[in-house]
Write a new protein. Structure first.
Length: 419
């Protein structure tokens, strides 16, 4: 097919360009493409044509928790959001901590996914923090290693994990959370918690382990990626680590960039881990994204059942969905307000996450035709009931946004259409 009438980003500028797709690859990009009569035409007039988004941090819940989400519904939600590649976290049952267990997850992916779904392996057996997995056996089956949902509490265990990962050139993706500092907290330890009688989670519970792990990365030479950062100090530590030339990268999520504790409501759809922090933290995250300290925007898409999210801030499960709202939220709250350039937003959703994990693909001739076509002018109101995801809990419910994904193509085939 030929995608006609759209624009692509070149050196940060929107440039009219057609894209010719053949045999699952990008055959040509430009305005003088010869196409034989009868070629299928996809009308992208007025739209931005981007390489497909990549998310380094999603939870598809299968195997083990398919009442929350499945590989099929999660990948459909991803396609609806413009994603053609996502990395699935290992808090599953069974945990992908062995060749047999990750093969079970891969079998479901091969059968049901409509986009590329790349599984993580855990760092420790059962994600319990007590014994390392066989990194060598899992290296070619896992995109990276993480105990996400649980921080590796023991410094010696993390050092050993990083040494294994460094010897094999694997990535350790860390959920940074010091359990000794949680003290029963479930939202940010700030003004809202104090005013409404909630138990707070201090910022040090996140940045403390980051500081520890940065020094371990320096010691071991490990490629170290920090998941879902939410605090100013986290940004500062990672900026300093990069200035030292360490192999350190990080991600944050759209909700930390668009919301803060001042936006909290007594509703489970505002409960996630880490929590929404202060306005000052949010500003630091935006600055870190603009200057490249924060490499990628990742959704931490974490669906739960309606019942699990119905118990307010105190009792609800931690986690919200985000794949279908990521681009419109980032575009509306950051790009249209002048806080972030469109080029940087697209890079943080496409090329930068791929660079962090060494994944292939970009908007170039010869690459796989994994594309999304976005109408930047189309508006709409976010309604969880319309999501492809089984999870419906979003803090952006009712928000009016611009930037609708019209098409998503995987290997040159349309896997999502909204026209």
């Amino acid at each position: 097919m030929i995608i006609k009438g759209g624009e692509i980003l070149i050196d940060g500028k929107r440039v009219p360009s057609d894209v010719l797709v053949r045999d699952s690859r990008i055959l040509a990009i430009g305005n003088d493409i010869f196409t034989p009569e009868g070629e299928e035409v996809l009308d992208a007039s007025g739209c931005l044509v981007s390489y497909g988004f990549a998310d380094l941090h999603v939870h598809f819940r299968e195997p083990g928790y398919s009442y929350k989400e499945t590989i099929r519904t999660g990948s459909l939600a991803a396609a609806a959001g413009g994603y053609t590649c996502v990395c699935t976290m290992p808090n599953l049952n069974p945990v992908p901590d062995s060749v047999d267990n990750i093969a079970l997850e891969q079998e479901i992916i091969d059968r049901d996914a409509v986009i590329d779904v790349l599984p993580y392996a855990s760092i420790t057996l059962g994600r319990r923090g007590g014994e390392l997995v066989d990194f060598a056996a899992l290296k070619n089956r896992a995109v990276a290693f993480s105990d996400d949902g649980s921080g590796v509490q023991d410094e010696a265990m993390m050092r050993a994990a990083m040494l294994c990962a460094a010897s094999l050139d694997c990535v350790i993706a860390a959920h940074c959370e010091d359990n000794s500092l949680l003290r029963g907290g479930y939202i940010h330890e700030g003004r809202y918690a104090a005013a409404h009688g909630h138990k707070g989670i201090c910022s040090e519970s996140e940045w403390g382990p980051i500081a520890r792990d940065i020094e371990l990365s320096a010691e071991t030479g490990c490629r170290y990626h920090v998941c879902h950062i939410s605090t100013r100090r986290s940004v500062e530590l990672i900026r300093e680590a990069k200035a030292r030339g360490l192999k350190v990268s990080c991600e944050t999520a759209p909700h930390y960039l668009a919301l803060c504790e001042d936006d909290l409501r007594e509703d489970g759809r505002f409960k996630m881990n880490p929590p929404l922090r202060s306005a000052d933290d949010r500003q630091a995250l935006i600055e870190g994204l603009c200057d490249g300290t924060i490499d990628a925007i990742a959704t931490d898409h974490a669906p739960h059942s309606a019942e699990e999210k119905s118990k307010g801030l105190r009792g609800s499960a931690m986690g919200i969905v985000g794949l279908e709202t990521a681009f419109p939220v980032v575009y509306t709250t950051l790009v249209k307000t002048g806080k972030l350039s469109l080029a940087r937003a697209i890079d943080a959703l496409t090329d930068s996450p791929r660079r962090v994990f060494g994944l292939k693909g970009s908007l170039k001739k010869g690459e796989k035709a994994d594309l999304c076509i976005i109408d930047l002018n189309a508006g709409g109101i976010i309604r969880g009931e319309n999501f492809q995801s089984m999870g419906k809990a979003t803090p952006f419910e009712g928000m009016e946004c611009c930037g609708q994904v019209r098409y998503t193509l995987k290997d040159g085939k349309i896997v999502w259409k909204n026209i």
